[in-house]
Every structure is written in C-alpha cells, then in structure tokens.
Write a protein that binds this ligand. Structure first.
Ligand code: ATP
Ligand code: MG
Length: 400
C-alpha cells in the first residue's frame, strides 16, 4: 500500500507571489475532492512540493480517481517511504516495492536518486549503483538501461526517503479559484456541461443558470440539470446553480413575435438574464456550449445576433471549433454523457418553429423585440427576482 502521493504541477507562469496562490488553490481543491473519500488525508507543502499523506486502509482507486480530476495537477506519483533510512533499509524497501507493484518483474530500468538532504552519507550515484545492483540480483528478468528504461525507480532523499516509479497523468489546467468566476448557461444537453468543464479547467469558478419552463419542461428535466451541475462540480468545485422560471417570457415572445424568430429572440433574453445574474454574482464572463453551425441557432449569423444582446462582458464559447463527435468524446471521458442523453425535453425544443430563421437580421430581430416593450422588462425583473438558487456539490452527501 502506498503511503502518500507526490503532486506534480506545471510551473510555467507560476512565479513569485503567484506560485503561492496557485499552490494554495491547488491544496484547497485536492482537499475538496478528497472529502468524498473516507479517512483523514493530510496535505503538506514542503520545499515547493505538495504531498498527500494517506490514512491507513484508504481506498486507493477512489483516491486516484479524485486526484485525476483536480485541475492544476500535471501528474501524481504514489509513493512509499523507507522508514529505515540506511542504504540497507532503502534496498529492502525498493525490492519490496517492486514485488508489490510488478506481478512478474521483466523490464529495463534505471534508478534515479535525488539527494536533497546533503547530510546523507552516500551521494546519489552511489545509491543508484547499490540499489540497481540489488534489483538485478533479486529479479533476473530485469536489466539496466540508463538511456531508455521502461521503468525509472525514483528515490528521493529528503526529510523522508521516498520511493516511486509510477507517474499517473493529471487533469492539467489551472487550480479552480485562480482565474475568477464565470456564469455558465447550463442546459440539459451534451454541450454546455463540457463547456463548463473546459472553462473550469483554466481555473475559473463556475456559477450556472438554467432556464426552466414549467409546465412545458418537467421537474425531471430540471433534476437532470441539477445532476449535470453536480457532475461538473466534481471538477469545478461547488456550483451555484440559478434556476430561472422562463415560462412567462417564452409565452410572451410566442404571443408577440414571428414564430420563426422565436428561438433567436428567446436566446437573446436568456443571454440578457444570464448577464444580469453574472453582474450580481461578480462573474466576469458568460459561457455557453455553442459551436459554429451545429444547429440552426448556431450559424455564425445567429451567434452574431445572440451575442449582440450581451453588453458588458465577454461570452466564452469553448466548443466553438469542435465537431459534435469531439464534444461527445469529451463528455464521455468526463462522465456527463450518460446523463446528458436522458430524453427529457428542454425549453427550446417545445416552442421551436418548424423552420426557424437561420440567417437572422439584427435589425429585423430588434424590430420584433419592440413588440415586447409593454411587459418584457417587468417579466424579466420577476424572473430574476424569483431565481431559485441550488448549491450543488458543497457537502459530502449532496443536498439534492
Ligand atoms: P446543449 O447540448 O448545451 O444543450 P445545444 O446543442 O442543445 O446545446 P442550443 O439548444 O442551441 O444547443 O443551446 C446553445 C447553448 O445555449 C447551450 O449550450 C447552453 O449554453 C445555452 N442554453 C440553451 N438552452 C438553455 C437553457 N434552457 N438553460 C440554460 N442555458 C441554455
Ligand atoms: Mg440544448
């Protein structure tokens, strides 16, 4: 059983004061992820390294799963300590390590010792040679290859003596909380959870908004969005999910505007409300799951007209250049796909016209929106005032 994990992170652009912010945010996120794994894990920051000390009898697979979802980690290495720090102690521990971790040790290897503790009586090269020899003797299927080894046995002589050879790939990106906050328009589809994931990967905290249209959209459709927000929160940390009741606005647009313009006008109102919520919650950008040309409402013209509704902040569309299959691949990998494809209606599909405009003209759309002038401000205000907030992913046992 491994005693601890060494956490590696890419340090590019993480210098001086930023380094502390980065490391502290990373530690915070590791703790957040590990709250779901039984037992007390302790984290330490020693000479510019982060270690996760594991409790006895912890769930290794679950711990690996959690760590591989933490943004900011480039790789992590499960380690054992040599409690007996003498060279004999180290040799014994390395042999034990190989026996425990390689069923039938047949590989080329080298030993790579790093001696941070200069008081240790042997230099790195001596440790390399002595441990290497012991491995060769004990396991006839192994051979030394210093140039292109299949396995590198790392020995670190520090406050502790650390032994590891496995390097598990991390999620990459930046720790959540190092890059401000954005408002994700989260629907029940495949795309927007992936867009949220990709934005969170750059260290951005995610708030989310879902436009619900009861009774045209069911409670189950809403629950599906809550579930998706929870899946996103496995990577992004707690998500503040705003549920906006969109029914009256939708009905009013339906009543007052040409039906082939309904989708685009509805989308403009979603953007406006999302922007207002973003301002109120100190978000610096909106995020959507749109990609060019995927559906009628995502032609470049439509995106142009949709975008024009937002006045005070950028709209990020991290999937803009992706094909559907590429988005599906990511959603399968991050675990949102199965939930996204559950067949509950979303509010756009119910009111869509048979032939929605695919090349909306901004002036024409603005003209149609004038038909809404009598009641729309009031309806928008009510929708925002009656916002239902669900905090997802905050506790060990989630609230919904
Ligand atoms: P998705 O798979 O994310 O649902 P989609 O391919 O169905 O996307 P649209 O329905 O055109 O595309 O929606 C485009 C984007 O608008 C979505 O990715 C999402 O960001 C946002 N959006 C659409 N409907 C809603 C809704 N009911 N609530 C919140 N955001 C929405
Ligand atoms: Mg959708």
């Amino acid at each position: 059983m491994f005693h601890s994990f060494l956490i590696k992170y890419a340090e590019i652009g993480v210098k001086g004061k930023n380094r502390y912010l980065f490391e502290d945010a990373l530690i915070q996120q590791i703790k957040y992820g590990l709250r779901a794994v039984p037992g007390h894990f302790s984290l330490s920051k020693v000479s510019g390294r982060i270690y996760v000390e594991c409790p006895e009898d912890y769930d290794y697979d679950e711990t690996v799963k959690v760590l591989s979802r933490v943004f900011g980690i480039s790789a992590f290495c499960p380690m054992v300590y040599a409690e007996d720090k003498s060279i004999e102690g180290i040799k014994k521990k390395v042999l034990q390590y190989i026996r425990d971790n390689y069923e039938d040790p047949h590989f080329s290897f080298k030993v790579d010792t790093r001696r941070a503790n200069k008081a240790y009586p042997l230099i790195s090269m001596e440790v390399d040679a002595m441990v290497g020899e012991a491995v060769l003797e004990e396991f006839p299927g192994t051979r030394v290859d210093v140039h292109d080894p299949e396995e590198v046995i790392h020995i670190e002589i520090r406050e502790t003596i650390n032994i590891y050879s496995k390097v598990i790939k991390g999620a990459g990106g930046m720790p959540i909380g190092t890059n401000g906050k954005a408002m994700l328009l989260l629907s029940g589809g495949i795309d927007s959870p992936v867009a949220g994931y990709m934005t969170a990967k750059r260290g951005v905290v995610i708030d989310a908004v879902y436009f619900h249209a009861p009774p045209y959209t069911s409670e189950r459709a809403k629950q599906k969005v809550v579930d998706l927000a929870r899946l996103v929160s496995d990577y992004a940390g707690p998500v503040y999910l705003h549920i906006i009741n969109f029914t009256d606005i939708q009905m009013y647009i339906y009543e007052k505007c040409p039906h082939d313009e309904l989708t685009i006008i509805m989308r403009r109102y979603m953007m406006r409300i999302a922007e207002e919520l973003a301002v109120r919650n100190e978000c610096l950008a909106l995020v959507t799951g749109e990609s060019i040309g995927q559906v009628a409402s995502q032609t470049l013209k439509s995106l142009y007209v949709t975008d024009e509704a937002v006045k005070s902040m950028p709209v990020f569309r991290p999937l803009i250049g992706f094909d559907k299959q590429e988005i599906v691949d990511i959603s399968e990998r991050i675990g949102t796909y199965e939930t996204s494809i559950l067949p509950y209606e979303d509010c756009c599909t119910i009111f869509v016209a048979k032939h929605p405009v695919t090349k909306p003209n901004l002036n024409v759309i603005k003209k149609s929106e004038e038909n809404l002038s009598e009641k729309i401000d009031e309806l928008v205000k009510t929708a925002i005032d009656t916002d239902e907030l669900i905090i997802v992913g905050k506790h060990k046992k989630n609230e919904e």
